[in-house]
Design a protein around this ligand. Structure first.
Ligand SMILES: C[S@@+](CC[C@H](N)C(=O)[O-])C[C@H]1O[C@@H](n2cnc3c(N)ncnc32)[C@H](O)[C@@H]1O
Length: 381
């Protein structure tokens, strides 16, 4: 065999083992990752720090990988449930191939056995998790995505704590504001509809028409009849039925305030909000009695972000939500964020007033005029 044929044979051999991940690399930091989907792969290429993704069918994957070598990639590493592969093209074009047993799989299986009570247990085929490359098509956790699997279960546990009182067959209307690509929306729907057997009606709302069209397509593909998506601005959205739960995950800056305000205005029973990009109060912040907090840009920025969420949590308490602030680990990026979780209940008037006065005191100290305070207006008096 000449080395070109060797390369083709080795690529074929690797793909025949159905690896869950392939990484192509080349000179000058060229790098591309392929992750297994239920039928084919998702390829992700980083160019100038921007990620470009494309989906490949199983048939397209072989010529695609070969074409990458023609483009100058020199190395392919791949991991299947059984083996780790290394294929390298040396300077004179010679293909060098090696493989060894994938020991991490055994280690991960032991880890699984120790933790048995995940809401989405291994072995159950969850199509969105397969498409996200977290489950294999037969419902096993892909070893390299075990952390994501745990984070998703953690997210569902946070939901489950709150929604435990809702029984099988009951109807639950959920709006997810700023749903974006909706990874968690699909998982949430699966959990409500398949695991809890709730009659869930979930609506994702986002400004981006192309993203919403993709989400719509995926919901149809999975046959998730109770899950729909709408293009629109959170501030202008009008539901056509009651809303029981409002979710907003990483809706930027004041978009979160509109989501929270809508939840209050519609008397939603539960709120799950992970704010991000809290810039509003940073721009307004004055010295107050603590100039040390505005002396260093990054300290001011972080303090203002924390103040934003503390005020939001207190304002929700002031309008009758029992509110907690918890740590939330983001799925797509790694930073730890805050989850504001609120449930409507009969809070004592004194408790509500204290929360309001605390928020007002912080606002007065630093000249903060948060959007949520303005929107809630007389609801707090
Ligand atoms: C960072 S993404 C988060 C996506 C998803 N919720 C998640 O956690 O993976 C924020 C999304 O909020 C959407 N968004 C921001 N402001 C919005 C608004 N005023 N109305 C509707 N969507 C908004 C953006 O288009 C974007 O898709």
């Amino acid at each position: 065999m000449d080395s070109e044929n060797d390369l083709q044979q080795y690529v074929k051999q690797i793909l025949a083992d159905n690896p869950f991940k392939l990484v192509l690399s080349g000179p000058d930091g060229m790098r591309e990752t392929l992750r297994r989907l239920s039928n084919g792969y998702q390829a992700e290429r980083i160019v100038n720090r921007q990620a470009f993704q494309s989906n490949l069918t199983a048939e397209e994957t072989y010529p695609y990988v070969l074409s990458r070598f023609e483009e100058g990639y020199r190395q392919l590493n791949a991991w299947s449930e059984s083996y780790e592969y290394n294929l390298r093209v040396a300077k004179r074009g010679r293909a060098m191939f090696s493989r060894k047993a994938n020991k991490n799989v055994a280690a991960t299986s032991e880890q699984h056995n120790r933790v048995k009570n995940y809401i989405l247990p291994e072995g159950e085929v969850v199509p969105p998790l397969v498409d996200m490359g977290i489950f294999t098509p037969d419902g096993k956790v892909v070893p390299s995505r075990y952390d994501k699997y745990k984070q998703i279960n953690r997210f569902l546990e946070m939901m489950d704590d709150t929604l435990s009182g809702i029984g099988e067959g009951e109807e639950l209307h959920v709006v997810d504001f700023g749903c974006g690509k909706s990874y968690l929306t699909f998982i949430l729907y699966y959990y409500l509809y398949k695991v809890k057997k709730i009659h869930a009606v979930v609506t994702g709302v986002d400004l981006k028409a192309d993203v919403i069209a993709d989400c719509d397509k995926a919901a149809k593909k999975y046959g998730y009849d109770g899950l729909s998506f709408v293009v629109g601005d959170i501030a202008a959205f009008q539901p056509d039925s009651r809303v029981d739960v409002v979710v907003s995950l990483h809706a930027c800056d004041t978009a979160t305030d509109y989501a929270l305000y809508n939840a209050v205005a519609w008397n939603a029973k539960h709120i799950f909000s992970v704010p991000s990009c809290q810039h509003e109060l940073n721009k307004q912040m004055t010295n107050g009695r603590f100039p040390i907090l505005t002396r260093y840009g990054i300290i001011q920025e972080r303090f203002a972000a924390m103040a934003t969420d503390a005020i939001r949590a207190n304002l929700l308490t002031a309008v009758g939500y029992k509110t907690q602030v918890l740590e939330f680990v983001d799925l797509s990026h790694t930073p730890k964020n805050l989850l504001i979780r609120g449930s409507k209940c009969d809070l004592p008037e004194e408790h509500r007033q204290t929360a309001l006065q605390e928020a007002k005191a912080l606002m007065a100290e630093f000249g903060f005029e948060p959007t949520l305070f303005r929107l809630l207006g007389e609801k707090m008096s």
